[in-house]
Ligand binder design. Structure first.
Ligand SMILES: NC(=O)c1ccc[n+]([C@@H]2O[C@H](COP(=O)([O-])OP(=O)(O)OC[C@H]3O[C@@H](n4cnc5c(N)ncnc54)[C@H](OP(=O)(O)O)[C@@H]3O)[C@@H](O)[C@H]2O)c1
Length: 258
């Protein structure tokens, strides 16, 4: 979904300053498609917290090979999509496994926009300071860990380290959302991996979940979502959906809260 219509710039302006919803009626595609997909993230109401997660997976529900290679399950359009979602967020969150396997930069490079706060959940402090997010200085970075693993004022490379209470299953997602809200980060983009997003989903801490499905089968590898066992299909989640095609891939957006 390329944009030569200025629609992306209008979305960024809306995010920065609020204001009037850009007109959608009469927009030519692809501007109309861009506004449809991104408006909910560009105009989060004042005071509201908003958490959206994204995973790119194969038809058989894998996000990476067993060894952790995930480049690239989904295609170019989905990669551009993740950069747009970053640009509309106050903070991007990833789990320690994603940093360990991908060494991502977590910056906005495929579209206009500013880099959000980069947040890495490394509860037991297993990550060293050599990963790019901790030393490239490209954007502010925060490590979240169990409070008993953190010394006051501690840093990991350039990153600040914040201790949060130990919950029943690691750090409670609600505690993460609150800690980030205290830092004026209300709009969160949780970018992976499967374990991290599953914990947010299980805790009811997601407003929306985007799953981009690539028309391929990995047949083995790291699973996408893992939730507590259910006994019958009717106990599964059936959220309201929006669907968008992204090149050869299909993006399904689950809406849990408006
Ligand atoms: N296709 C995609 O969209 C996509 C996106 C991102 C990553 N990936 C791939 O996915 C793989 C990594 O995903 P993953 O599911 O294995 O791991 P992950 O979600 O990246 O990281 C999981 C780890 O993060 C920490 N963590 C996350 N949430 C926590 C919480 N609430 N409380 C405490 N600790 C928490 C834990 O670390 P400790 O166990 O150390 O406490 C947990 O084991 C990589 O291979 C990466 O390439 C794919």
């Amino acid at each position: 979904m390329r944009d030569e219509s200025g629609a992306w710039e209008r979305l960024l302006a809306l995010r920065r300053c609020g204001g009037v919803v850009p007109a959608r009626r009469g927009e030519e595609p692809p501007a109309a498609a861009l506004l449809d997909l991104y408006l909910p993230f560009a105009q989060v109401p004042q005071g509201r917290r908003f958490a959206v997660a994204h995973l790119g997976q194969s038809l058989d529900g894998r996000i990476a090979t067993a060894a952790g290679a995930s480049r690239w399950v989904t295609g170019d359009a989905d990669l551009t999509h993740t950069h747009r979602m970053r640009a509309l967020a106050d903070a991007i969150i990833v789990g320690a496994g994603t940093v360990r396997h991908d060494d991502p930069q977590l910056t906005v490079r495929r579209c206009a926009g500013t880099h959000p706060l980069r947040v890495v959940i490394d509860s037991e402090r297993r990550l060293g300071a050599d990963y790019r997010v901790f030393r490239d200085g490209a954007a502010p970075t925060l490590v979240l860990a169990h409070a008993d693993r953190v010394h006051s004022g501690e840093r990991l490379g350039d990153a600040e380290v914040l201790g949060l209470p130990r919950g029943a299953d690691g750090i409670a997602p609600a505690a993460i959302v609150s800690a980030l809200a205290q830092r004026r980060c209300r709009s969160l983009f949780i970018e992976g991996g499967g374990i991290t997003i599953s914990r947010f989903l299980a805790a009811g801490a997601l407003d929306r979940l985007q799953i981009t499905v690539a028309p391929m089968i990995l047949g083995s590898g790291k699973p996408s979502l893992m939730l507590p066992e259910i006994h019958a299909p009717d106990q599964g989640l059936r959220p309201r959906l929006r669907r968008f095609s992204l090149g050869e891939d299909m993006l399904f957006e689950c809406i849990f809260r408006d």
